[in-house]
Design a protein around this ligand. Sequence first.
Ligand SMILES: O=P(O)(O)OC[C@H]1O[C@H](OP(=O)(O)OP(=O)(O)O)[C@H](O)[C@@H]1O
Ligand SMILES: O=c1cc[nH]c(=O)[nH]1
Ligand SMILES: [Mg+2]
Length: 212
Amino acid sequence: METLVVDHPLVAHKLTTLRDVRTDSPTFRRLADELVTLLAYEATRDVRVTDVTVDTPLAPAHGVRLARPVPLVVPILRAGLGMLDGMTRLLPTAEVGFLGMIRDESTLKAQTYATRLPEDLSGRQCYVLDPMLATGGTLAAAIHFLFDRGARDVTAICLLAAPEGIAYLDEAFRSGDRPIRVVTAALDERLNENGYIVPGLGDAGDRLYGVV
Ligand SMILES: O=P(O)(O)OC[C@H]1O[C@H](OP(=O)(O)OP(=O)(O)O)[C@H](O)[C@@H]1O
Ligand SMILES: O=c1cc[nH]c(=O)[nH]1
Ligand SMILES: [Mg+2]
């Protein structure tokens, strides 16, 4: 598994305000959106393109367009929805699939309550969006859904990751025939006894959408 921690002063600046407990929900949403676009720039470095030629007003110019089938973006509801607009701003022709997952806060196991994905993902590059990679259980389950439908090329974009979650994914997808990538703005210190990332930013879903 490849882990990329995006090292950029603008990413660090926005992440610092996102973490701040005084940041209100509208500002949190805007910063999450802006951060994803910056992370997506790195995460899509290997997006598949095909060569094309266009005519400028002066002469033909060689360039590229996104290859078909277009990438699939998969936000993990609820919190991942806060990353969707920032991602599709960079990849406007991408298609979008949805996974609804919630972590049981007593067992820390992920449960799936909604799936809306294309049946056949063979040949599709998939970008999974979830702000928090804590124990890794949610993301591992999401990637298994995509692999089960034939995906072979999966990149996860997370605002924050815990070392425990990275280690869990590394072990879960160790076989290496379908390598995965995680792109994140920061690798934090640890998980606390409740499975929350420390220092983290708290509950991303609640900070985006309120406590339910
Ligand atoms: O790595 P894990 O230990 O599995 O935890 C991370 C998951 O927990 C959060 O979602 P949550 O279950 O709070 O759902 P929500 O998005 O509806 O708030 C977060 O957005 C991840 O999906
Ligand atoms: O720190 C964490 C861990 C799981 N889910 C969150 O929203 N935050
Ligand atoms: Mg939550």
